[in-house]
Design a protein around this ligand. Sequence first.
Ligand code: UN1
Length: 512
Amino acid sequence: MATDTLTKPVIDGSIPKTKVFKNFIDGEWVESACGQTFEDRNPADTREVVATFQRSNKEDVDAAVDAAKAAFAKWRLVPAPRRAEMVFRAAEILIDRKEDHARDMTREMGKVLAETRGDVQEAIDAAYYNAGEGRRLFGPTVPSELPNKFAMAVRQPIGVCGMITPWNFPMAISSWKLLPAVVCGNTCVIKPAQDTPLSTFNLVRALTDAGIPKGVINVVTGYGPEAGTPLLEHTAVRAISFTGSSAVGKIIGTTSAKTFKHCSLELGGKNPMIVLDDANLELAIEGGLWGAFGTTGQRCTATSRIIVQKGVYRKFIDQFVARAKKIKVGNGLDETVEMGPAVNENQLKTDLKYIEIGKDEGAKMVTGGNRLDKGDYQHGWFLEPTVFIDVDPKMRIAQEEIFGPVVSIIPCDDLEDAIAIANGIEYGLSSSLYTKDVNKAFSAVRDLEAGITYINAPTIGAEVHLPFGGTKATGNGHREGGIGAIDFYTEWKSVYVDYSDKLQKAQIDRAE
Ligand code: UN1
């Protein structure tokens, strides 16, 4: 399709299926101010350019923020149930387009089709959930201290919200941010990760097709320093939501503070899965493989440390490693493939670097470790599933987030020892325990320092209606998902209505 079709507004129609995307600002397709573009290539076969996107800078961001600011004046006055109906319709549209969007996502970021279908489904789930919230947005109504006085608190939108999203859950995580924000009456400028803008466009297309008016959601593509930083620094942007590394999160938090922006950070993880002697071993092995190698280990919640009690340690390793060796790696569009490539060359280099670090530290690598680059693999960023055993909890491979298919297995004496190891890291996102002992399960729920704990399931698999996020270096106390997101995207206003017809002084006028 010719690129000039992209200059048409799309409120009445849909984003044309094309290989060149412009920025989406105020319902119009706009070229970047500098006229430059960048390519989104398929990590399973880098000869394929999935699409081309605008390389944006401050000028583009300023235009998008202006559009969002203007749209906010009207959008905040649309009743929340009406706003929510549009989000509900977007869910229905996404159901129709699920397979297409899953295929686009596999081509742009590499994870296997079953998982990209799950990613689109997560956006559908988030749409239904947030649509429901549009009929709630509850606030407290309380009895006043004074007679003939009414007291309540209402949620109000914040204004223009900036969103900077990662590539690993390109539609789900964009939906976690955009959907509660618009239901609450905010307007948005989103800068998707440069590896995966297409999935964000697919989501935004469903929302505009569902009736979300122009200017309410604007998309500006490009690189962090060029397009992310101006969004972060813009004084008219009142909230920033970021998902990514703790190193970048620290900069985002510090910069946001300078203009008193609301700031939600979802950052790194080094998620432990504990396997006790009494666990259902087969279940734990299956869960560990899924947690460690699902999404090629590229989840913030990936199971990157497996802490196994000594009684079952050898047995667990033997079976886990035998199964890891059989994982079929390849192009995620092939339904028989279980693990796709790394998202890009840099991520693959990071994975390989950590494999070297692990070997140098003296951890025992029992399978994997090699790049796959022969035959069908030659044009992609493929790596073997890699397992280190007898890992010391203080080693770098057991402390630092790798974001690849590299797992460290660590022996432990008992639950107490396991929890000390599990908590002995800077992060606190997800955690898990396999046991049949209910007392141990609830002790772990209490003591594991993490925002999420699973019992008899690996560290991945969060659902959209519960809070998602973590403690320590994983974030700054906010949560996505569920009511936590509604809390983030609204500001409280307390309202007092005095119908006594006289001046009543709170805390002073008391009938003794
Ligand atoms: C992430 O880990 O980066 O909980 C997001 C899960 C998914 C979302 C993961 N629902 O595994």
